[in-house]
Design a protein around this ligand. Structure first.
Ligand code: AMP
Length: 232
């Protein structure tokens, strides 16, 4: 690839699963179709019907890193992942140097506090008790409880958070909730809703300057598709 081709090649970082699946209709609205199914292919770089647009498959928590350091020009990532990465909640230019032009309104869920149904969370908070909270989302949890003035000991976990209150590892968890079925199945109840979560388009700041002519139409097509969905 020579210098010119490199400047016109657009690389989009996605994670497999919900984000990949829900980004496909937005790409389609921009006239872009991914030519291989990530569930069937072992490839990590997927071609599209545009020779100068490709998709790279990365772990969800690595999307902001790929885009921040230029391994990809654009990416789609949950607000939760972005905050934990240090990207902040602000629109526009984030502190990490990632540009966040669009809330894609996909992979919607909420970040919540949940406890065992027999744990009196309200009474504990009122008493000023120190709570043990297990979560993968330590930045969000720390900020939330600090703002509330509740003292917490955070226990970092990487998955199956629901187990923590059931085994006595923690009094509460901070986790993503969508339908609430996972909490229900594990006899947990949602006691606080911290924030609504959806996935964002993130763009490398150098790419937006160097490849503006290619990136702008893509952002505009995504924005139109998001708006059309709101109306529809
Ligand atoms: P649910 O049972 O529908 O409330 O889903 C909860 C489970 O799915 C939890 O384990 C969450 O961590 C996970 N989850 C729900 N929504 C999302 C999302 N948008 N992105 C990533 N994980 C999610």
């Amino acid at each position: 690839m020579n210098g010119n081709e490199k400047n016109t090649m657009l690389t989009l970082a996605l994670s497999k699963g919900r984000i990949f699946d829900e980004t496909m209709p937005l790409l389609k609205a921009a006239g872009i179709e991914v030519l291989e199914d990530p569930e069937k292919s072992r490839k990590l770089i997927l071609p599209t019907n545009h020779a100068n647009v490709r998709v790279v498959l990365v772990r969800a928590s690595d999307v902001p890193t790929y885009v921040q350091y230029g391994g990809a020009d654009l990416g789609v990532t949950g607000l939760d992942t972005l905050i934990e990465h240090g990207g902040g909640v602000a629109g526009g230019v984030a502190t990490t140097g990632l540009y966040q032009p669009l809330d894609l309104q996909i992979a919607k869920c909420r970040m919540s506090v949940a406890v065992r149904s027999d744990f009196d969370y309200a009474a504990m908070v009122k008493q000023g008790a120190r709570l043990k909270v297990a979560t993968k989302y330590t930045t969000i949890a720390r900020d939330f409880f600090a703002t509330k003035g509740v003292h917490v000991d955070l226990v970092k976990l990487y998955g199956s958070m629901e187990l923590a209150p059931l085994t006595g590892l923690a009094d509460a968890i901070v986790d993503l909730v969508s339908t609430g079925n996972t909490l229900k199945a594990n006899h947990l109840v949602e006691v606080e809703r911290i924030m609504d979560i959806s996935s964002r388009l993130v763009v490398n700041q150098a790419s937006i300057k160097l490849k503006m002519a290619h990136i702008r139409p893509l952002i505009d097509a995504f924005a139109q598709a998001v708006d059309a969905r709101k109306v529809g």
